[in-house]
Design a protein around this ligand. Structure first.
Ligand code: C2E
Ligand code: MG
Ligand code: MG
Ligand code: MG
Length: 283
């Protein structure tokens, strides 16, 4: 039976699907090689207190630069890493790299700095995820209370009971949890209330809409209100201009991240960016 299904499947297999799969397999191999050859690195995008304009933390974001200088977007290669399973190793490496960077920043005097790390649902579902997390914290000496894991809202929608249990266990390590790209899914209020989360990240799409039509700010407004009602922190992502920042602040959003304040940067650049900022603040 499996055989006939296979044959039937093969029969309907279109040429474009073949191209797509070949391209995916090619990327899979390229990504694995790139990881082995240190073509991947982590950059950090500052997160800003809207009222004081001071940096409070940063989000770790993965980058892939090929030897000919081309950048491949994580939106393209993360799904490939998930599909191939490489995300397990890759995600662990990002976790440990970001933890180490946090330790370095603290040593440089930035004691309250927070580090946000994206976690793929494939990583999250892996049976050793908790062990991996605990070990990364232990080996690097990164303080869990300064670490935040970002999971996406779509992830929060599947398998509610599994997620509720996992989040509770993660919270026991001391790290906090944010829901990324919030507003794009359809989590119900009652469900959100059952999750041990700390923060909602307003998706860039809703930040962009803020300055558009009259009703453009309604979703951002709703998320900020929701955060207030549930006692969750809120951060807006993708803030690109001053008007957006000001509207967000007037709506009661305390934190933001976006090109207006800083682009993602290397660890070295972040270190000097933070020192310059500290000097400015003191002057
Ligand atoms: P995300 O976690 O929602 O990250 C925010 C994305 O918005 C980043 O894109 C960031 O560079 C971009 N961004 C920040 N501010 C602005 C802005 O003002 N304007 C615009 N247009 N974009 C802005 P990036 O780095 O390309 O990452 C894309 C996505 O790839 C991330 O979305 C995340 O889902 C995934 N990703 C990146 N690094 C990792 C990682 O280490 N692990 C996992 N699992 N996923 C990752
Ligand atoms: Mg994120
Ligand atoms: Mg996001
Ligand atoms: Mg995203």
């Amino acid at each position: 039976r499996a055989k006939s299904q296979q044959r039937a499947g093969h029969f309907y297999f279109s040429r474009s699907m073949g191209v797509e799969i070949r391209e995916r397999v090619r990327m899979m191999h390229a990504l694995r090689t790139a990881f082995g050859q240190n073509q991947l690195f982590v950059v950090y995008q500052p997160q800003i207190d809207l009222a004081t304009r001071r940096p409070m933390g940063a989000e770790a974001l993965l980058r892939w630069q090929t030897p000919d200088g081309k950048f491949i977007s994580p939106d393209r290669f993360i799904p490939i890493a998930e599909y191939s399973g490489l995300i397990i190793e890759l995600g662990e490496w990002v976790m440990r790299t970001a933890c180490r960077e946090l330790v370095d920043l603290r040593a440089a005097g930035h004691h309250d700095f927070m580090m946000s790390i994206n976690v793929s649902q494939v990583q999250f579902r892996h049976p050793h995820f908790l062990d991996m997390l605990r070990k990364a914290l232990e080996d690097t000496g990164a303080p869990p209370q300064n670490i935040e894991l970002e999971i996406t809202e779509s992830m929060a929608m599947e398998e509610p009971d599994m997620l509720i249990k996992m989040l509770a266990q993660i919270k026991q390590t001391g790290v906090s949890i944010a829901i990324d790209d919030f507003g794009t899914g359809f989590s119900s209020l009652s469900y959100l209330q059952r999750l041990q989360i700390d923060r909602l990240k307003i998706d860039r799409a809703f930040v962009t809409e803020i300055t558009g039509s009259a009703r453009g700010s309604s979703i951002a407004e709703m998320v900020i209100q929701l955060g207030r009602n549930l006692g969750l922190a809120v951060i807006a992502e993708g803030v690109e201009d001053e008007r957006q920042a000001q509207i967000l602040q007037s709506l009661g959003c305390p934190l933001a991240q976006g090109f207006l304040f800083a682009r993602p940067m290397t660890a070295t650049a972040l270190n000097s960016w933070l020192s310059n900022d500290a000097l400015e603040g003191a002057a």
